[in-house]
Design a protein around this ligand. Structure first.
Ligand code: ZN
Length: 493
């Protein structure tokens, strides 16, 4: 546990306590008074301006309650059937400005209205509690504020993502930021949850979980701010963690609250993954209109009559390394395991004997660029140079061109892929060995996410990986897995 963790934990306890006390306080007050304080909750009057057509479809029972002194404006948006509500309360004690959406669908409106009502009530309750606690002080109420803003994103004119950003300040200038999202079909009004996006398959979620983690860890602007343990916790392949998402410009975007996976320097942490890169993980409906650039595929088990169908591809990046790679080759031999080594071009000539040895012992050699360049940061000519120079270096040493390619950091986009002739391979399980450098952590990282046809990412430049490898091999062998190269996994597609 580092200081950040404690801070996160401490804040959580604060929030739980405050919420509990606030709830109790409200009950006590409800049972003991009928004073003016409750004008807010009883008020039903409101002033409306703007276009109100279509309001007849909205059930008034689920409308968020509005303070009598709040002003409300309803305006049409450029999406058919979608109206935006702007509601403002200019009250020194508990001011707010809230945006939300009205649709023609009861189900969607109910969800939205519940969120808005809950947000307002929570805000009121916390202020009331603070006022009670601070009643002896001559403190002013300035500094309370609630702001909710909504953004809308359509996907193929058929789906709408709503992203609500809530900022709350209680007697403070610093805001807590949290996110709430809804995703629904614009034609039917049916709500769509994350399960429906990835075909309801936990294996797909597991693959996606790794991809999401990697995209966050490799986001340059997040690097110094990420809380690694918190990140791993809230991106576990469990449906409960995948509630806040949107599809924005053909990318799947996951949202996190301020302080949830990074320190508060990152106000709105997100992870964005292009739909084309996770094509094979999507349900049919979300594949339509998207090009398949997802080379990482968890293929269905092959129907072989007698042999085991369980297979796994171990992959090692960033070598060759004079001692670590050698040690890994020896361990693999003990288990008669074949693996794939993604080598960095500028190391190939220097450690030519190790590349020769790798091939001679039956492993696959892949291309991992010339100097571990992030290919999304250079132009197309440089991408081609990175790939070709490495191809040639490998050919010069083993008389064979590499058969597969893996971009450093998993960083790729359409421009990169379009100029690379080799299959572009990512992974489905990231052992994070580069981060932990702990031999005892390798096996748990594999066990946690293991699935059939997994492609496991490791690095043959860390001695800790070589040291932890045997436990992984033993475990997978006991579980009945056959160790194959990446190309063999791809062939079963
Ligand atoms: Zn690498």
């Amino acid at each position: 546990m580092n200081n950040n963790d404690r801070k996160f934990g401490g804040r959580l306890i604060d929030i739980v306590l405050i919420t509990t006390i606030a709830t109790l306080t409200v009950f006590i007050i409800i049972f003991t008074t009928t004073s003016n304080e409750f004008k807010f909750q009883n008020a039903s009057a409101n002033s409306q301006t703007g276009n109100q057509s279509g309001l007849g479809t909205v059930n008034s029972n689920v409308e968020p309650e509005i303070s009598s002194s709040a002003t409300q404006e309803i305006v049409n948006t450029n999406i058919e059937g979608i109206r935006q509500v702007n509601e403002t309360l200019k009250d020194l004690n508990k001011p707010y400005s809230i945006q939300y959406i009205k649709t023609n669908f009861e189900t969607v409106n109910t969800e939205i209205n519940k969120y808005i009502s809950d947000s307002k009530n929570q805000y009121e309750n916390i202020i009331r509690l603070k006022n009670t606690v601070d009643s002896n002080e001559t403190s002013s109420n300035l500094g309370n504020n609630l702001k909710i803003e909504v953004e809308m994103f359509t996907h193929q004119d058929r789906y709408l993502s709503l992203v609500f950003t809530k900022n709350v300040a209680i007697k403070s200038n610093s805001y807590d930021t949290s996110i709430f999202t809804l995703f629904f079909n614009l034609e039917t009004g049916n709500m769509v949850d994350f399960k429906q996006i990835v075909n309801g398959d936990v294996k797909n979620l597991t693959s996606l979980s790794d991809i999401v983690r990697y995209s966050i860890v490799n986001n340059q602007s997040y690097q110094k701010h990420i809380n690694q343990e918190a990140l791993i916790k809230v991106t576990e392949p469990n449906w409960i963690y995948y509630k806040r998402f949107a599809i924005i410009d053909d990318s799947l975007v996951l949202f996190f609250n301020k302080g949830e996976i990074a320190n508060s320097d990152i106000v709105k942490p997100t992870a964005s993954v292009s739909l084309s890169s996770i094509y094979s993980l999507l349900s049919k409906e979300f594949q339509s209109g998207i090009e398949d650039h997802s080379v990482v595929t968890v293929s269905p088990p092959k129907k072989d009559n007698n042999s085991s169908d369980k297979r796994v591809a171990l992959t090692f990046d960033d070598g060759p390394h004079p001692t670590v790679t050698t040690s890994i080759l020896d361990t693999l031999d003990k288990y008669d395991a074949k693996a794939t080594f993604f080598v960095v071009g500028n190391r190939v000539e220097k450690y030519a004997d190790i590349v020769i040895e790798t091939l001679a012992r039956g492993h696959e050699v892949g291309n991992h660029t010339w100097n571990h360049e992030n290919l999304t940061k250079v132009n197309s000519n440089q991408v081609i140079e990175q790939v070709n120079a490495t191809n040639n270096a490998i050919y010069n040493v083993i008389d064979q061109y590499p058969t597969v390619f893996r971009p450093p950091y998993g960083a790729k986009n359409d421009a990169v892929i379009s100029v690379i002739d080799l299959p572009v391979i990512l992974w489905t399980i990231d052992t994070m060995d580069w981060k932990y450098r702990d031999s005892t952590n390798l096996l748990p990282m594999v066990q946690k996410s293991m699935h059939n046809n997994a492609i496991i990412l490791m690095h043959d430049i860390h001695q800790s990986t070589a040291d932890g490898l045997e436990s992984v091999l033993k475990y997978l062998q006991d579980e009945g897995y056959e160790f194959v190269t990446v190309s063999e996994i791809l062939q079963s597609k």
